[in-house]
Ligand binder design. Sequence first.
Ligand code: TXE
Length: 486
Amino acid sequence: MSELSLVPPEGVLIGGKWQDSGETLEVMSPASGQRIARIARGQAEHVDAAVTAARAAFSGELGAWSTFTARARSEWLLAFAAAIEADRDVLAELECRDTGKPMTQAKGDIAACARYFRFYGGAADKLHGETIPYDGDYAVMTLREPFGVCAQIIPWNYPAQIFGRCVAAALAAGNTVVLKPAEDACLSVLRLCSLAVHAGLPEGALNVVPGLGREAGAALASHPGIDHLSFTGSPETGTHVTQAAAQHHVPVTMELGGKSPQIVFADADREAALAAVVKGIIQNAGQTCSAGSRLLVERSIHDEVVLALAARFEALSCDAGERDPDCGPLINARQRDKVMGLIDAAVHDGIRIAAKGRLAEGAPQGGHFVVPHLLTEIPEGHAVSREELFGPVLAVQAFEDEADAIRLANATDFGLCAGVWTKDGGRQLRLAKAIRSGQVFVNNYGAAGGVELPFGGVGRSGHGREKGFEGLRSYTRIKTVAIRHD
Ligand code: TXE
């Protein structure tokens, strides 16, 4: 595979200008293992300069962002959404080749990115504080204020979407941003940043320092000049980042993945449920924080469901994202080895591979492919039913009754999403209340992305909410003003 045309800048974006960072990192294609681009290897000094620029833009010493009213921010975000849509083919090509995801999905991700800017553009001038009835001679109000400089550390699985989710909300609320995208995939993000500059975003409002997590990421998380930090990634790195931010009492939002169950009762619309179960685990080759990676199925239909799913899994094929397969490669060799290691350990422990997908004929050599796996006969508490594999691997377990379904659903440290499939209205509500997670979907899974729907976890899945109005509010803080009068 050749190096990408239309490659984004190799530098760091600080104060509205792309600057040379000195060292660079190679960007490898997940499908072929070949180099497709280079990005900057930002260091602590770049992070420092980026935070200084973001602070100056927030305080009014640089650029014009601090003078943008809520309405002006709204107008800029809406115009930027249109610029993303106009560039969608190039962005989708970058996203597909950089992450390995199927082209149809890459296009959907770019559309979602634009949608975030449209949603938060529409919301920017509708965010306000409240008045509070208090003692007679007081007038009390809350002011909803931006934090200031928002640090954002994002992963490689949905670069464009998570860029939209974090950057649009933070800017809409009036903050400035320093973004550290993931070293494994960030080409779409770099192009989006160039488009933002081109679309007239004032200097310093958005600064970007690509680089390694342990270098640029660690420097950003521990920087004394940031006012808020949002992180999306692994629970382990989330702990490091939280500890670093706590040194300066910086509030954090943590989105740390999951082990989300899809729960299918015997009375469910089985066709609809199984289609969503398959999609929920193969989307982005299972590298999705909200992947439905566990299937809990009522004992009376377990065997039939496994048979039906096995047929679907065997029909799935893996290939390079450009060929728009069911399933693309994993992001890198480390992820592939991690997933294959967990599958091998499961088989060693007596877990059955009920079905596997296949590698498409002509799929590129050197790609990090893991074909979809359907695992059954899983002893309770086994790692494949507790740990996030981040690959196209579905772990199936049978449950006896409603209480057992709830018990199994809640039997992990994670709690991000759940799917419940039943026609019984009372049961739908009972499960929605009893499941420990940030989102519960009934007779659907994922609600087609749902930019408008608050999203975030409990337990090891993290805390804080992104998306929707909750996400916008989470980039603000409340100041209470109490005025005593005669
Ligand atoms: O994640 P990391 P990795 C999970 C998934 C996956 C595992 C490991 O289970 O198998 O994490 O993936 C930056 N200080 N998720 O290693 O390390 C890093 O540069 C500051 C779930 O890629 O969490 C990148 O930008 N930053 C998930 C980001 O953190 C640091 C998405 C995520 O990397 C840092 C991705 C440090 N010390 C992986 N070290 C989800 N929730 O969707 C790394 N980073």
